[in-house]
Design a binder for this molecule. Structure first.
Ligand code: NDP
Length: 269
């Protein structure tokens, strides 16, 4: 938590909007989650963001969960409205805004990963693309997610192991890495060989530290359009601010603050 860029990103937006609030990063163990959530009411905390590993386990501790978060099965934002805790998932909208909805419309999309981020992104993207394939190191999780999506929305889906990538990359127009592969300090790791990246593809990596992963570097070198996870981080943060305060935050300011905090973290680490 001490390495989170979210406090810098949020606090810059609150200051600019004249909001008398402060965003803090707090590490909560699995055993303390229930007590921590109860404490939100006692302390009259306006809201929280929730991160891995609590995004799923927090659901039964909330008074209400909005429909999209329910269908994703994960919450990353909680609003405390007069003692009633309501859960939302802004990762989905954050990813959609970062990618640009029109880039997915009618496209053949491949998502690498089947964890929390992949679930949120698959739900958001699934409503727009023509076909969605989930590839994961643990292929049974990919199968579970793909089947759930096609059952819920009738979407044409495929699934497989990350090792079977060759079979699925033909025809892929949008590639999304929703695994943690390539994240600091393992920055020379990449989830897919560069030979599968093509000029006409859009390649989006959810990893935001570093802002340009090896996957994005290789995609850019091959002429593909790239989208950084930093943009998703900023957009999901902006969506959380709208839920808590009902204001439009200054996204450009948040982007700059997040990037600055990331660069400072690199010097510390
Ligand atoms: P989870 O733990 O829920 O899922 C991790 C995923 O990565 C799983 O699919 C897992 O596969 C896969 N994975 C992990 N290690 C490897 C490996 N060595 N090789 C292949 N696959 C691997 O995490 P999240 O979904 O919450 O987060 C994933 C990434 O997304 C993180 O880097 C996180 O920081 C980032 N993220 C970014 C956000 C943003 O705003 N930009 C928002 C949320 C997350 P398996 O199922 O086989 O274990």
């Amino acid at each position: 938590m001490e390495h989170s860029v979210s406090p810098a990103m949020h606090n810059s937006a609150y200051q600019a909007a004249g909001l008398n609030y402060v965003y803090l990063a707090v590490k909560v163990s699995k055993n303390s989650l229930k007590t921590a959530v109860e404490g939100l009411k006692a302390l009259n905390v306006k809201g929280i963001n929730v991160t891995t590993p609590h995004k799923v386990s927090i659901l039964p501790l909330l008074d209400e969960v909005d429909e999209e978060a329910q269908s994703i099965g994960a919450v990353n934002t909680v609003l405390n409205r007069d003692g009633l805790l309501k859960g939302y998932n802004t990762d989905a909208m954050g990813a959609l805004k970062a990618l640009g909805g029109e880039k997915i419309e009618g496209k053949n999309v491949v998502i690498l990963g089947a964890g929390g981020a992949a679930r949120a992104i698959a739900t958001a993207v699934g409503g727009k693309c023509s076909k969605l394939t989930i590839l994961n190191r643990t292929s049974s999780r990919a199968r579970w997610l793909a089947r759930r999506l096609s059952k819920e929305s009738g979407l044409k889906t495929g699934w497989g192991s990350l090792e079977d990538v060759e079979r699925w990359m033909n025809g892929c127009q949008v590639l999304i890495n929703a695994t943690s592969v390539g994240m600091y300090p393992y920055m020379e790791a990449t989830p897919i060989e560069a030979k599968w990246l093509k000029k006409d593809m859009t390649v989006f990596d959810v990893v935001y530290n570093p802002p340009e992963t090896k996957l994005l570097r290789e995609a850019r070198a091959r002429g593909a359009e790239t989208v950084s996870g930093l943009e998703m981080l900023v957009q999901q943060g902006a969506e959380s601010i709208k839920i808590w305060f009902n204001v439009e935050p200054k996204v450009e300011l948040m982007r700059r603050a997040a990037l600055k905090a990331l660069n400072q973290m690199k010097r510390v680490n």
